[in-house]
Design a protein around this ligand. Structure first.
Ligand SMILES: Cc1cc2nc3c(=O)[nH]c(=O)nc-3n(C[C@H](O)[C@H](O)[C@H](O)COP(=O)(O)O)c2cc1C
Length: 205
C-alpha cells in the first residue's frame, strides 16, 4: 500500500505516525501555572537533542487551536520538570492526560505527592524514579496545527538510589513504560545484548 502524504489530514496523520514512530518514551511533565497550581501531563513526542549541555525536546500540540496548559505554563515560567514513570505509575500517568481546565491541578486531583525543585520553583513527582529539572531553551513552531517543539536544558537530574550503575541507568530496574498507538502502552520486553560497536568518544568535539 502506498499513501501520498498530501492526501492525509491532521487526524489521519496523527493516527498513522503514532503507530509508526513506536515505541515512544514518555515525558511526564510538571509545570506551575501563573496561579501557582502544579500541572501534570504526559508527552510521548519526546527525545534527546544535545549531550553538552544536556538537552531534551518535546512536541506539544494544541487543543482546538489553544495551547495546552503545559505549553502555556512553560512559556510563562520557562521552567519544567520531566518525570520518568515506571510501571507502577501507569494508571495516574494515563489519567493525567485528561483535558482538565487550568484551575485544576492534576497533582492534587490524582493525589500525586510533589517534592520542591532544587534549581527552580517547579516541583518534581515524588514517586518518579527519575526527574529532570529543565530550563526552557527554545520553542519552534512546526506545521499548520500550531504544534510547537519545546527544547529544555537539563539543570538537575534526580535519580533514585540503586538505579545508577557505573554511570549508566539499569533499565531493567527502572522498568520504564512506553506509548504505542492509542491508549496502549508497552513495558520493557526481552533485553538483547550485542557486541558494542566502536564509536568516536562523545568527548571529541
Ligand atoms: C501517554 C500519552 C502521551 C502523550 N503525548 C503527547 C505529546 O507528545 N504531545 C501532545 O501535545 N500531547 C500528548 N498527549 C496528550 C496530552 O497529555 C493531553 O493533551 C493533556 O490534556 C495535556 O495536558 P495539559 O493541558 O495539562 O498540558 C499524550 C497523552 C498520553 C496519554
Amino acid at each position: 500500500m502506498k499513501i501520498l502524504a498530501d492526501s492525509l489530514g491532521p487526524e489521519q496523520t496523527y493516527k498513522l505516525l503514532t503507530g509508526i514512530v513506536v515505541p515512544r518514551p514518555i515525558a511526564w511533565i510538571t509545570t506551575v501555572s501563573p496561579a501557582g497550581l502544579v500541572n501534570v501531563a504526559p508527552f510521548s513526542c519526546y527525545t534527546i537533542v544535545s549531550n553538552k549541555p544536556p538537552m531534551i525536546g518535546v512536541n506539544i500540540g494544541r487543543k482546538a487551536g489553544v495551547r495546552k496548559d503545559t505549553a502555556s505554563n512553560l512559556l510563562c515560567s520557562e521552567e519544567f520538570v520531566v518525570n520518568i514513570a515506571d510501571e507502577t505509575l501507569l494508571e495516574p500517568l494515563h489519567r493525567s492526560a485528561g483535558e482538565y481546565p487550568p484551575e485544576i491541578s492534576e497533582a492534587q486531583l490524582l493525589d500525586l505527592e510533589t517534592v520542591p525543585g532544587e534549581s527552580m520553583p517547579v516541583p518534581r513527582l515524588a514517586a518518579a524514579p527519575i526527574s529532570l529539572e529543565c530550563r526552557l531553551h527554545s520553542v519552534t513552531p512546526y506545521g499548520d496545527t500550531g504544534a510547537e517543539f519545546f527544547v529544555g536544558e537539563i539543570r538537575v537530574l534526580h535519580i533514585r538510589d540503586g538505579l545508577l550503575n557505573n554511570g549508566k541507568i539499569d533499565t531493567t530496574l527502572l522498568r520504564p513504560i512506553c506509548r504505542i498507538a492509542g491508549p496502549n502502552y508497552a513495558m520493557l520486553g526481552k533485553v538483547v545484548t550485542l557486541q558494542p560497536v566502536s564509536q568516536t568518544p562523545k568527548t571529541v568535539l
